[in-house]
Design a protein around this ligand. Structure first.
Ligand code: THU
Length: 137
């Protein structure tokens, strides 16, 4: 398990990388920082498209980057949405993709520009995940 200091540091990485988001259509930037089992932090941002449906969320881009780098086991995820005051959690599609590579108790923190932070787990965000036992990782 990671401690509060590690999660704080991971969240700062998410805040920093959110500035790289490509979000000219929604003006809603998202940064995701994934802590891998070997200590590497892999980041992702949302990448929008003028054909709106082609948009890919920050969380899925972070997972895809990590898998590309050969990392398959994740210890924690932090998500920053600086364009909302309130925390905005991962969308349903991202919850499913995150859960492919994590234990249900993997911690997730998300926060907007305000003071409120949500500290939860992928199991709480994707409950009754009955396909979890099919995981191959
Ligand atoms: N977005 C993410 O990157 N992650 C989420 O979990 C929620 C939504 C992006 C998609 C789109 O570029 C923008 O935020 C507004 O929905």
């Amino acid at each position: 398990m990671i401690d509060k200091e590690q999660m704080d540091a991971l969240y700062i990485e998410a805040q920093k990388i959110a500035m790289s988001a490509y979000a000219p259509y929604s003006n809603f930037r998202v940064g995701a920082a994934l802590l891998c089992e070997d200590g590497t932090v892999v980041k992702g941002v949302n990448v929008e498209n003028r054909s709106y449906g082609m948009t890919v969320c920050a969380e899925r881009n972070a997972v895809a980057a990590a898998i590309t780098m050969g990392k398959r086991r994740f210890l924690a995820l932090a998500i920053s949405t600086p364009d909302s005051a309130e925390p905005v959690g991962p969308c349903g599609a991202c919850r499913q993709v995150i859960s492919e590579f994590t234990a249900p108790d993997m911690p997730i923190r998300f926060a907007g520009s305000g003071k409120k932070q949500v500290n939860t787990t992928i199991g709480e965000l994707l409950p009754l995940d009955s396909l979890h036992d099919l995981n191959k990782n």
